[in-house]
Design a protein around this ligand. Structure first.
Ligand SMILES: [Cu+2]
Length: 125
């Protein structure tokens, strides 16, 4: 392998190189947050707790691609069933969860198939 003799580079050449490297690194460090910021928002997960025969919060708004995770904090089974049939959890036992990724915008009303008076709504923008 080719190795440069230590005397081949004058000392201010080395300093210049080091200064350039530091400047480049500093520029990258300054620009990195801008690049990261420019990216579209990461999909989020919105949590809904089922407790006392209620969905909490009852109404939520999210962006396309976001996930909703329902957690059953009651001592009985519940479910999450969209009125338009776009998602149905089946029974969610005590302490269990159900997640659904919303890939289409719209307003999705849902209810518990075991207790139809339990209602919630997910609005996807
Ligand atoms: Cu229920």
């Amino acid at each position: 392998m080719f190795k440069r003799a230590p005397t081949a580079t004058p000392i201010n050449g080395l300093l210049m190189k080091r200064a350039l490297t530091i400047t480049t690194l500093a520029a990258i460090a300054l620009l990195l947050p801008l690049v990261v910021h420019a990216k579209p928002a990461k999909p989020a997960t919105v949590n809904v707790t089922i407790k006392g025969m209620k969905y909490n919060p009852t109404a939520i708004t999210l962006k396309t691609g976001d996930t909703v995770t329902w957690t059953n904090a009651d001592q009985r089974d519940h479910s999450v069933a969209a009125t338009d049939g776009s998602f149905t959890s089946g029974n969610i036992g005590p302490g269990a969860t159900y997640s659904f990724v919303f890939t289409k915008p719209g307003k999705f009303d849902y209810a518990c198939s075991l207790h139809p008076r339990m209602k919630g709504v997910v609005e996807v923008k």
